[in-house]
Design a protein around this ligand. Structure first.
Ligand code: PA5
Length: 451
């Protein structure tokens, strides 16, 4: 198994026998998932995606990516939530967090906020430079993305004319429904499909993730191959032989003991956006019906100098899931310094990876002694194939964990609440009654607060 779980640092927090108490629930979760009998079973397309994907579309993704790489200095990818996090996470994990300073085309993600300042920054980056636009939205109606698309579509049409813009705009959306699909048909944009049975946060291995990832020059064939190996290996129903299920079970046990915050920790700066992808996957999947672990994240050793104090010494509500990549292709050798003014010659002749390993070991010991349980997940290395494996590992762990918890891991009813309020306050037609009620509520709240 490419991702191995090391439970040695749970000693004192979880007893041997406890895993067997959730083995039944875990088996039931496996059966519900594989037989399609659990909640949200209309959204299980991701389960077999690594073997069962549209090969013709996969080839088109590669061709489109190649075209963008040839004709664009900048690629603007528009999408929010599951429609952008996976792509950005994989690109940064594989190409580094400084991708845009080192590689072409530069890739910027927009349509994921309502910040006018950010919009203006991205627009300025397309000035005098050739650009393409990839717009990703399953519904086609998400305000943040649709707003940004309106701006970039107009810019492309102004710069290249409608025929030229058609050659530079790509839409990833529903197969047949939705505003974006309709508009793409009318304008003649090349489109890619988000399958009906794949929800946003489980869509990184569809065109949603794969098109931008291929634009960055990553090997999407290797990513799919890694995910396929995970799909095969992680279909084992017995949690004692399946580390993905063991992980799902352990996090549930820890939550029942009051460790309600999971902190995903990696020792690579380039993993920062993978942490964000993880947080969306688990947060949106499990946080409902008054339940769910709160997903958080850190990059060490950076955050040992910010969150480290709390983890070591604060409330005992956190457990850590620490990722360890065993090998690195990019090491750094520390030379001897004749003056040794900094007193660091005791590190000379070693690789930086060795120093990091000691930081990893020392932190594990310190944090577990500080009453923070640690699950360690070991992956051979951070490369296209192994990352594909890891993506699938987390998706499946999330689904199984959600079923063990007793929630539907494939819906997100809570996300609608802010949208309804925002539309009403903005005066969107159809929300007139809500508008006055909300405005009255806001006024009341202000009066009560300030007198
Ligand atoms: O995971 C999800 O389902 C969400 O985060 C969606 O991806 C997000 O809300 C964007 O939706 P859409 O693709 O319809 O624009």
């Amino acid at each position: 198994m490419a991702v191995k779980l090391n439970s040695a640092y749970l000693k004192g927090f979880i007893n041997e026998g406890e895993l067997s108490h959730v083995a039944g629930a875990c088996r039931a979760a496996h059966d519900a998932l594989h037989n399609g009998t659990g909640a949200g079973s209309d959204f299980l397309g991701w389960l077999n995606l690594p073997s069962d994907y549209d090969k013709e579309e996969f080839a088109r993704i590669k061709t489109a990516a190649e075209k963008i790489r040839k004709n664009s200095e900048v690629a603007v990818v528009l999408g929010i939530g599951g429609s952008y996090l996976g792509a950005r996470a994989v690109i940064e994990a594989l190409k580094g967090s400084l991708y845009n300073s080192r590689f072409k085309p530069e890739i910027y993600f927009a349509g994921n906020s309502i910040s006018p300042a950010y919009m203006n920054e991205i627009l300025s980056l397309t000035e005098d430079r050739d650009f393409s636009v990839v717009v990703v939205s399953k519904s086609g109606t998400t305000t943040e993305t649709a707003l940004a698309f309106r701006v970039f579509k107009e810019l492309a049409e102004k710069r290249y004319g409608s025929d030229g813009a058609r050659e530079r705009i790509y839409a990833v959306t529903d197969k047949e429904r939705g505003t974006l699909k309709g508009l793409s048909g009318k304008k003649g944009y090349e489109t890619f499909v988000i399958p009906d049975d794949v929800g946003g946060r489980y869509s990184v291995l569809t065109a949603v993730g794969l098109l931008p990832i291929a634009v960055a020059g990553c090997d999407i064939g290797a990513i799919m191959a890694g995910a396929e190996e995970a799909r095969r290996e992680l279909s084992e129903p017995d949690l004692n032989k399946n580390d993905c299920y063991k992980y799902a079970a352990l996090r549930n046990i820890l939550a029942r003991k009051g460790f309600n915050i999971e902190m995903l920790v990696a020792y690579e700066n380039s993993f920062t956006m993978m942490n964000e992808w993880f947080k969306q996957l688990f947060g949106e999947s499990e946080g409902k019906d008054g339940k769910g672990l709160f997903p958080s994240s850190a990059v060490f050793s950076t955050d040992l100098h910010s969150l480290g104090q709390y983890i070591q010494d604060g409330s005992n509500i956190i457990f850590e899931t620490v990722l360890r990549f065993k090998e690195t292709d990019s090491d750094f050798f520390l030379k001897d310094d004749a003056e040794n003014a900094d007193g660091l010659n005791f590190l000379s002749g070693r690789n930086m990876s060795e120093i990091r390993e000691k930081a990893f070991q020392g932190t594990l010991l310190a944090h577990t002694e500080g009453k923070t349980p640690n699950i360690v997940l070991e992956s051979p290395k951070l490369c296209d194939f192994e990352l594909g494996y890891l993506l699938y590992f987390f998706e499946k762990a999330c689904a199984v964990s959600g079923y063990i918890l007793g929630v539907n891991p494939f819906d997100q009813p809570g996300v609608e609440a802010y949208k309804k309020n925002m539309f009403a306050l903005l005066g969107k037609p159809g929300y007139e009654a809500e508008k006055s009620a909300l405005e009255a509520k806001l006024a009341d709240t202000e009066v009560n607060a300030h007198g």
